[in-house]
Design a protein around this ligand. Sequence first.
Ligand SMILES: Nc1ncnc2c1ncn2[C@@H]1O[C@H](COP(=O)(O)OP(=O)(O)OP(=O)(O)O)[C@@H](O)[C@H]1O
Length: 246
Amino acid sequence: MSDAVRVESLHKTYDDTVTALAGVTAGFPNGTFTAVMGPSGSGKSTLLQCAAGLDRPTGGRVFIGGTEVTAANDTKMTKFRRQRVGFIFQDYNLLPSLTVEQNVVLPLRLAGRKVDRRRCREVLGHLGLGDRLNDRPEKLSGGQRQRVAVARALVTEPAVIFADEPTGALDLRSAQDVLALLRAVVHQYGRTVVMVTHDPMAAAYADSVLFLADGRLAGELRNPTADAVAERLAHLGDAARVGVAA
Ligand SMILES: Nc1ncnc2c1ncn2[C@@H]1O[C@H](COP(=O)(O)OP(=O)(O)OP(=O)(O)O)[C@@H](O)[C@H]1O
């Protein structure tokens, strides 16, 4: 199975003093759902930002769909990201002045691509938003807003969708709906999802969990359960407290 995303020897330091990533090598195979977990400050968001081409690593390489994005200049990287990467954020990042449908087609417009309205409506219909096309985000619940964000991430048919705490602002029921949807995005639409989360219940929806501690990979759990994830995290916390990566 080829990798949708591969990071090699990824390093990131801030201001020459803070080491956020200390050499992470990992592959995210096509058509899989991976959760990234670890104690606060372990480098999860930095890994996501660097892997997504939103930030540049201090060292190492990032490949998306086989193309090395770290070799591209900023303009090329932005263009590539618009074509090949989808994003889902904790706070939805929908534009309040645009309707649901306008929000969803925005990435296609930004990428200068033809807008296939029938397909967009089809995706929104599958996500249970077929009757909300002309509503503005303020009229929607948190769970519905996040479903719009999922639809927006899907329409460009990206090589990978990165989700940063996508359920962090949702109640349990809406969180479960969005997580089930992300699983469907992977297992029915065949997309690849990489999700940062603090929540073992959320991580249990993924096919596997990568653990980070102190900017390094600290293990992987396949077919995770919430209990197994929570236990592994507790031990990572112990290791981080005594300064040893598990
Ligand atoms: N822009 C920045 N400038 C300086 N230091 C930063 C910056 N962004 C992150 N860091 C530092 O890099 C380290 C890793 O941060 P990161 O946000 O990646 O961790 P995280 O695992 O996502 O944490 P959390 O779970 O709390 O969101 C931390 O020590 C953090 O303080």
